[in-house]
Write a protein that binds this ligand. Sequence first.
Ligand code: CP
Length: 306
Amino acid sequence: MTQLSVRHLLGIKNLTETDIHAILDTATQFKEVINRPIKKVPSLRDVTIANVFFENSTRTRLSFELAEKRLSADVVNFSASGSSVKKGETLLDTVNNILAMKVDMVVMRHSSPGAPHYLAERIGANIINAGDGTHEHPTQALLDAFSIREKIGDLAGKKVAIIGDILHSRVALSNIFCLKKLGAEVRVCGPTTLIPKYIDALGVQVSHNVRETLEWCDVANVLRIQLERLQVKYFPSLREYSLYFGISKAMLDSLNKPIVLMHPGPINRGVELTSDAADSAHSIILNQVENGVATRMAVLYLLAQQ
Ligand code: CP
């Protein structure tokens, strides 16, 4: 049986290339399962999983819950809003109270970078990071890699551009780690103010020219401007951002070559992508969402064997 080198999924940084291939190969098998008329397997029967979300989510949260249910796990859901966190209860107390109800695995999203690492050092359950602030979002990077591999084959040697707000993006960092481990060439593109100063130390190229980047890449993974994390003005206006860094269907069509368009969601339509680009034949955005369930099933299944 395939064994991961880790007990928790805290980030892609700690995974080996073998771990990533094991997750993607297991996800391929689960994708076949969830496309059968009977979509459920008994793999995690008697395992109880808590989805603990301190930050908003649509895709990640529903996708984890469906993945858990497809594996026959027992599932409890916790949102900070409407909970005793509002009365001042700490993160550790909250999670320890949930674990006292005999929970085996915790899937957590939190606005503080490092929150899942903090918990992993203090509690016995397996922890899965569902996004920690601006740090990492490992299952998003895994489902992105799965979706690229499904669409255009092995990632080794493929050219992948990550375009947009790199500075505030946990998706960007996890994708860079994942794509580099799988042998892809990676370029980030965006305004100077939204690209971290020392990002080239991660072995990625840097560009500020979207047209030239689209001509270079096989895959464009476009990120949203994270308005909720912008404390100062990084560009004059959304209109100006869209003018210089927005991507339209006409622009993609004019490349006269195949290009795969991705976005982790939620999309700011009319800002980083026009609607006609997001909904075009270049786009695999909804395939990414579909693949999120199989990829998360693989992560849960493999961690439960540890
Ligand atoms: N891609 C992603 O993390 O989306 P949600 O914030 O809706 O979970």
